[in-house]
Write a protein that binds this ligand. Structure first.
Ligand code: 4AD
Ligand code: MG
Length: 452
């Protein structure tokens, strides 16, 4: 027999062939003369129907058990599937006691229930679809950058800098050896990265267009539906930028191109979400892709918020940071499509943001992309490439020594440049309509929780 993945077997390409498939039982229905099994191996949403003589029934063939089946692929007389496997051998590889197994046959478990079992939830239709979409969306992001001439950089996970300066660093320590000289493994305090931006800035000074896509860590104490302690970020950095428009164009193109890729390559899995898990969300996604994304300045955003009749928990004024409630309101106000907010107050942004000296209010050339259901999806800025201005700002915060290498970048062939970061889990939330960020990552880490 030829060994096939279930998606290949179900495609109908091998009708009449003797095949072997392996997977996990999704349902088992013994009848008088025949036994019907559905087996899934994660290669697609589809399970393969297995038909066998009831003599092949085995009490160990239960929901969740692992099996190997050989037989002939036939055209199915049933409407639900086009292909079935007429089995001559069914072998239980791994038993699964249905009484102890936390997943129950034919039951639609809530995401909240499933979160207790990060080691088992991938065996449900919804979560396995989600993880296939996540995998394809990863490919989509890489494809976008490859097609547009970016070089991928592996930025370090361990770093000695705090890019965002927001005090959300996890410190990295080695076990004590008892030897005082070894007390500090790196001889300097080291942390898990909060952003690869500064390392990308180094590389953009040689390759012009670079990106990175990897895990990012923040000691966020807030328990929200859009924050994790470990999340994946897609970051790009581009040299020779002239204005924020050079960045917003890439952000919008990347969003569109990745989303179209996912809709085209994961149609079945995306449909499961848009039809059954988050019904109605497809219209939101389609409308996001139809129009170009509006751009408003922070000052305009504040005017909109000040004029609104909505009662916000945090009242707004020029200079305040935008909260999730404000971001969601702005998205609705702009027609429930993604919207760029530009030119934030200078004091709200980290030291690297470029000073908009020519503006009447003191702002920085920074931009956030806000999206339906989530709020902030991307954050980016032009970077301060002028040595004197950057040095003055670093001196103000007492960081000029730590960042002497960063100042060097402004001394040796400095060019106007900028970049942004996209929260990959928030992106998945946005295109699938998933309410809680913990449900779009295989193994969520957040305060008071590090299962597995
Ligand atoms: O806005 P942030 O903090 O921007 C930066 O880190 C820049 N240095 C990126 C750059 O310019 N290269 O983070 C970028 C995005 C946010 O817009 C958000 O989508 C996501 O990362 N993000 C989180 N996602 C999940 N959990 C968290 N705790 C997150 N913090 C930020
Ligand atoms: Mg931000």
């Amino acid at each position: 027999p030829i060994k096939l993945r279930i998606s290949e077997a179900a495609s109908g390409a091998e009708l009449g062939a003797e095949v072997k498939v392996q997977g996990w039982v999704r349902s088992c229905r013994p009848q008088k003369t025949n036994l019907f099994l559905h087996v899934n191996d994660g290669s697609s949403l589809q399970s393969l129907q297995i038909v066998a003589s009831s003599e092949l029934n085995d009490p160990l063939l239960t929901f969740g058990s692992a099996v190997e089946v050989t037989g002939i692929l036939k055209k199915s007389p049933h409407q639900k599937q086009s292909v079935e496997l007429e089995a001559d051998q069914i072998h239980v590889i791994g038993e699964c006691n249905p009484v102890d197994f936390p997943l129950k046959v034919k039951e639609r478990h809530s995401f909240e229930y499933l979160r207790q079992f990060p080691h088992l939830r991938c065996r449900t239709n919804a979560f396995s679809s989600l993880l296939r979409i996540r995998s394809e969306a990863t490919t989509a992001m890489h494809s976008y950058f490859k097609e547009n001439g970016f070089v991928q950089i592996h930025t370090p996970v361990i770093t000695s800098n705090d890019c965002e300066g927001a005090g959300e660093l996890f410190q990295v320590e080695a076990p004590s050896t008892g030897n005082e000289e070894d007390e500090n493994f790196f001889s300097v305090p080291a942390y898990l990265t909060v952003s690869g931006q500064l390392h990308l800035e180094v590389m953009s000074g040689a390759f012009s267009k670079v990106y990175t896509f990897g895990p990012t860590f923040r000691a966020e104490n807030s328990q929200t539906r859009r924050h994790l302690a470990e999340f994946y970020m897609v970051e790009a950095e581009i040299s020779f930028t002239e204005s924020l428009e050079d960045l917003t164009k890439v952000m919008e193109d990347m969003f569109r191109s990745a989303t179209e890729h996912v809709l085209a390559h994961c149609a079945e899995d995306v449909d499961l979400f848009h039809k059954h898990v988050t019904p109605g969300h497809r219209e939101t996604v389609d409308s996001m892709l139809k129009k170009s994304f509006p751009v408003i300045t922070y000052s305009e955003a504040i005017n909109i918020l000040n004029r609104s009749s909505e009662k916000f928990a945090f009242p707004t004024h020029w200079g305040c940071d935008l909260q999730t409630e404000h971001e969601k309101y702005l998205v609705k106000h702009c027609g429930n499509i993604p919207v760029f907010v530009t030119d934030y107050p200078y004091d709200l942004k980290p030291f690297y943001a470029r000073d908009n000296e020519d503006h009447p209010e003191h702002t920085a050339a920074a931009v956030d992309l806000l999206v339906p259901g989530v709020g902030e999806l991307c954050g980016g800025s032009l970077r301060e490439e002028r040595l004197d201005l950057l040095r003055a700002r670093l001196e103000e915060v007492g960081l000029e020594d730590i960042y002497s290498w960063y100042l060097d970048l402004r001394r040796f062939g400095s060019v106007p440049h900028g970049g942004f970061g996209l929260g990959f889990e928030r992106y998945l939330q946005c295109i699938l309509g998933v309410d809680n960020i913990k449900d779009v990552i295989p193994f969520p880490r957040f305060s008071h929780s590090c299962l597995l």
